[in-house]
Design a protein around this ligand. Structure first.
Ligand code: ATP
Ligand code: MG
Length: 400
């Protein structure tokens, strides 16, 4: 029994001792069988939410309507979800309502893919009702049951299929792929936020090429924000050689670079994808910086403006253009910058006010900005007297 599962063992045991069934289920079972690191241990049980809450001292209602109760132990927290079925999907997205049931089989039946529909009992035995083990062995991604019905019920599953291809390198079972091709337009019904989560994972997989290729070939991309016209660019993105993209901002930066988007296009596109303002700001800085870095070595001013983390992120992206990143050099260059922010400047706005007899106005920030750049670029020493002399000259020139 893997270590991560052992921690949750007392919870499963307690449920069983109280007369309920309890299993490890979902992504963690799949990933353990694939020898991959796991993030969260999901537990499924025949106990209803109120019954789970009665058994454990500390619980949090995280998704009680969906049957999920978080059980808090000293070491960790675990999501315990009641077996459930999801019935009458009306609009290709979420189920109308979930129904709690006592049967593991019913619960596994509503799961998306055979490799995600395995359960492991307290004894370590794998319960495999849909031949998920054989699909795991053969690296096949297959919908549970009739793929047409399953994607019709919840179209997000199509995006999930593509991101599993990208992460696991599995091939789509032919009928599962045909069903995605057939129903790709149902993605239009899914909220952008939900598609976004899966698309980011799709971009970041180790098998990005296979994942993005299926994304294009199934035509799912057509019903994702702003991508309709960009099938070819997506294929170029797919073909970029290099390791799995480590972070979300690097993924968007590469995508925007391959789509050859300018500042305004980036902002609009990422807004449509409902990305956070911070992410949009970062990517808007990283894209031009990458363009620059592909032609030039770093200079002080670009490094300073980007900041250490974004500069390292950009440098790493050289991999995807058959260039060797030199992260150590970026760290060193950054470390030797004369200042790291305007706060480090030896002359402040107040000093300008007291030394020059001008009314408060934009001249202050303009002057500080000029001083900042001169210091960062190494043209001026960061000393008050030096800066003041430069400011005097600068203002004289500007006021003429
Ligand atoms: P990850 O490793 O990225 O968390 P995961 O398979 O655990 O992958 P989750 O979104 O955490 O994905 O979902 C947990 C489990 O719930 C899945 O393994 C699957 O059994 C089931 N599941 C999740 N989303 C759906 C869906 N849209 N339709 C059917 N079953 C789903
Ligand atoms: Mg999970």
């Amino acid at each position: 029994m893997p270590l991560e599962f052992q921690g949750a063992m007392p919870i499963l045991r307690k449920l069983q001792n109280a007369g309920y069934e309890a299993y490890y289920v979902g992504g963690s079972v799949r990933d353990i069988l694939l020898n991959k690191p796991i993030h969260d241990v999901d537990i499924a049980t025949s106990a209803f939410p109120a019954e789970v809450k009665e058994l454990f001292h500390r619980t949090i209602d995280v998704g009680i309507d969906h049957g999920t109760v978080m059980v808090v132990t000293k070491e960790a927290t675990y999501e315990v979800t009641t077996f459930r079925t999801e019935s009458t999907y009306q609009d290709y997205r979420r189920p109308d309502h979930v129904e709690f049931v006592r049967s593991l089989k019913e619960d596994l039946k509503r799961r998306d893919f055979t490799i995600n529909a395995l359960a492991v009992g307290i004894d370590g035995n794998v319960i495999d009702l849909f031949d998920g083990l054989s699909d795991l062995r053969n690296k096949v991604l297959r919908a549970v049951g009739n793929p047409y019905e399953r994607f019709h019920e919840d179209a997000l599953r199509m995006m999930r299929a593509l991101r599993f291809v990208s992460h696991l390198g599995f091939t789509l079972e032919p009928e599962t792929f045909e069903a995605i091709q057939e129903y790709h337009s149902l993605l239009a019904k899914i909220s952008v936020e939900r598609i976004n989560v899966e698309f980011v994972k799709l971009m970041m997989g180790s098998f990005r090429e296979a994942g993005l290729r299926s994304f294009v070939e199934s035509e799912c991309y057509i019903y994702c924000p702003g991508l309709r016209e960009h099938g070819d660019a997506l294929l170029n993105f797919a073909e970029l050689r290099g390791p799995a993209i480590p972070t979300e901002r690097q993924a968007w930066t590469l995508l925007m670079t391959m789509l050859n988007f300018g500042e305004e296009e980036i902002r609009q596109f990422m807004k449509e994808w409902k990305c956070s303002n911070q992410l949009i700001r970062e990517v808007s800085q990283m894209v031009p910086a990458l363009h620059y870095r592909l032609i030039h070595e770093w200079d002080n001013w670009s490094l300073y403006q980007l900041g250490r983390e974004l500069a390292l992120s950009v440098e790493y992206l050289l991999y995807y253009f058959q260039r060797e990143p030199n992260l150590a050099k970026v760290r060193l260059l950054y470390q030797y910058l004369p200042i790291f922010s305007l706060k480090d400047l030896a002359l402040k706005g107040n000093d300008l006010m007291s030394n020059f007899d001008y009314p408060r106005g934009p001249w202050i920030s303009t002057t500080l900005k000029a001083l900042e750049q001169e210091v960062v670029e190494g043209h001026l020493n960061n000393e008050k007297a030096v800066l003041l002399a430069y400011a005097t000259d600068f203002l004289k020139r500007r006021m003429i």
